[in-house]
Design a protein around this ligand. Structure first.
Ligand SMILES: [Zn+2]
Length: 421
């Protein structure tokens, strides 16, 4: 963590500022704190491998004791839940090697942390619509500067979309240490990662951010009322400059419909009721998705009626006093230079070579479950594509030949973080 983060970090329980306890074991490098103990008025929190752990769950308590004993490597193992000595040693070796990828780390930790779906994440329909909404809303309110936070952001797939919009760098907050550690290393390098519990008060100062978001996670939060009021506190600047901020909750499930991995969703009216201090506008995600598939604009000026909202399995909520948010937003042009590296979407398998210089690929889902949950990707992913070998070689070098620009827009070719798999 960077020392400048102390400006916005607060104890989730007493609300006081935090500081490094210099009498305890710590390792720093310039303004970065690698390992150490942070203290407020009521308790202490460990910093493990550059990540402040702002909760008191058993792993955090164990990590705190191990840091105090001067054993930061064991503190990291505790946060990763690596109990088996042999497994932990193999993991430490992998993490220290230059050849580790996102995938190899996930597999070393056990596939369960992402269910294997991370491979397809950057092209799945939930991500595609979430990404467009984040770019539109964050792009509007952060235009004059300001910081963003991705709450319950997991391994930072959407935090990545905030990297060039947020100044200082965006904050990624999540309870799962392994996920935010992966984000800092692979998915959103340069973000500030904070380990904290979405069911507790958020460990940040009032007005610390201009944009706060939570995507694909809110239905799993039990303390929804506290969460929303706290989220609005984070973007509350208390004066007329208040206008330039927004809170976004995207892809939360709907109690009126059934979806796989349901969580504890509310009805549209139940969600609206949570926004006591700033009104939220609700959108059915299907309408937003249709806008994106059609090539834009993403129309946030629409007003979905109650029947539309009740029928949609997923909802998006936006609270903002800035009128520019609730407008039609043109979609950004697909990238022509990779932020990470361009790769063929792994949902495509090679099925033949119709000519010496071309290859044909077919869309194939990894499982029936995947197809059931994400089959809407058929609306932008073609059943079959034929691509020239020369164009494939150009993609591998990080540039997109003009004739393939449409395949980037359709997510047949995806811009993945470096060393993703
Ligand atoms: Zn405290």
């Amino acid at each position: 963590m960077n020392r400048a983060t102390f400006d916005i970090l607060r104890c989730p329980y007493c609300g006081w500022t935090l500081d490094l306890v210099t009498s305890s074991f710590h390792r720093t490098s310039g303004d970065e704190i690698q390992d150490g103990i942070l203290g407020c008025q009521c308790c202490v929190f460990p910093v493990v491998d550059g990540i402040p752990v702002m909760h008191l769950q058993p792993a955090a308590t164990a990590a705190h004791e191990l840091i105090e004993q001067g054993r930061p490597d064991h503190a990291r193992r505790a946060m990763f839940g690596l109990d088996d000595e042999g497994e932990a040693e193999r993991f430490d070796e992998l993490a220290a090697s230059g050849t580790a990828t996102y995938r190899s780390i996930v597999e070393a930790l056990g596939e369960h942390i992402e269910g294997g779906y991370f491979l397809y994440r950057f092209a799945d329909p939930t991500y595609v619509v979430g990404h467009a909404v984040v770019r539109a809303v964050a792009g509007t309110v952060l235009r004059g500067g300001g910081r963003a936070i991705d709450i319950c952001g997991g391994s930072g797939h959407l935090t990545r979309a905030l990297m060039d919009l947020s100044a200082p760098a965006p904050v990624l907050a999540d309870l799962y240490f392994a996920k935010i550690w992966l984000a800092r290393r692979f998915t959103a390098p340069g973000c500030e990662a904070i380990c904290c519990d979405g069911n507790s008060p958020m460990p940040f100062a009032r007005g610390a951010f201009r944009f706060a978001m939570c995507s694909d996670a809110f239905m799993y939060i039990w303390t929804k009322r506290q969460f929303v009021l706290d989220m609005l506190r984070l973007i509350d600047h208390g004066d007329q400059s208040d206008a330039r901020s927004a809170a976004l909750i995207s892809h939360t499930h709907n109690q009126c419909t059934w979806t796989p991995s349901h969580g504890q969703p509310l009805t549209p009216g139940g969600y609206r009721n949570l926004f006591e201090t700033m009104e939220a506008r609700l959108f059915g995600e299907s309408g937003l998705f249709a806008d994106v598939v059609a090539g834009g604009p993403l129309d946030l000026s629409r007003v979905d009626d109650e029947r539309t909202l009740e029928a949609d399995p997923s909802l998006t909520m936006i609270a903002s006093r800035q009128p520019g948010v609730f407008a039609p937003h043109p979609l950004e042009a697909p990238p022509s230079v990779a932020l990470g590296e361009f790769r063929l979407n792994p949902l495509y398998v090679e099925i033949g070579s119709p000519g010496a210089d071309t290859l044909t690929f077919r869309l194939r889902f990894p499982s029936d479950d995947y197809e059931q949950e994400y089959g809407a990707c058929r609306q932008y992913l073609p059943e079959e594509v034929t691509i020239g070998r020369r164009a494939l070689a150009a993609i591998a070098e990080g540039r997109v030949p003009d004739e393939l620009a449409d395949l980037v827009r359709r997510r047949v070719i995806v811009d993945l973080p470096k060393k993703y798999y």
